[in-house]
Ligand binder design. Sequence first.
Ligand code: ADP
Ligand code: ADP
Length: 226
Amino acid sequence: MLEVTDLAVSYGGLRALAGVSLVVGAGQFVTVVGPNGAGKSTLFKTISGIVPPTAGSVRFEGEDLLAMPASRRAHLGIAHVPEGRQVFKAMTVRENLEMGAYPMAGRHAWVRMLDRIHTLFPILAERAGQFAGTLSGGEQQMLAIGRGLACAPKLLMLDEPSMGLAPAIADLIFDRISQIHREDGLTILLVEQRVAEALELCDRGYVLETGRIVLEGPYEILAGDD
Ligand code: ADP
Ligand code: ADP
């Protein structure tokens, strides 16, 4: 479904990615782990078209993502949940789940996804009319994931959804992500600093260090390595 080949990115003189390749098959759960500064966010931002690469290619269902206009990329079915619980704080929970998603998914799919989001995160139904800024950090992260799901995507990309959360809340969020993958068959690409928890969820994992993939394989192989 997603094929990243020999991707290189520089910020001025700093090489953030130095030839990264990875593949996400349809229906797979793929995780990229690595320490702070490894290039995880840069990888996501390049796939999303936010940061331009100096070399390499990104293909989604065979199409060159980097060559197409943003207006077209927006309709391919890739949802990117950025790091840092990005929600519209001055809008209600319900408005957050509508914004952008409703036009992208279409009414029918959006209504179905809203129902699913409320099943996964009942708190978002309870707090539908409240401003997102009044939610706790964990609830805001659930809402950020909900915003991604509301687009009814083919591929859900999650950038460090556990960042800054208490371990119990992070575990709950990982559980829900895993549930979406198992029950809905959604294709997921997750980047995380919490290595053990994130690798446990995936079919296939990549370890990124200073802009390079240093290890890759199915969970059984990566887990056997520590
Ligand atoms: P903006 O256009 O919003 O100012 P930037 O391109 O400056 O965005 O930054 C994008 C992201 O990268 C932000 O999260 C920012 O904090 C981070 N960032 C910017 N410069 C650096 C840097 N030198 N090292 C690490 N992170 C950086
Ligand atoms: P991670 O997500 O794994 O923490 P990043 O992709 O944010 O890593 O950063 C990779 C490298 O690029 C780091 O050395 C970081 O300081 C640098 N970097 C990230 N964003 C910017 C930016 N906007 N401008 C300059 N350097 C950046």
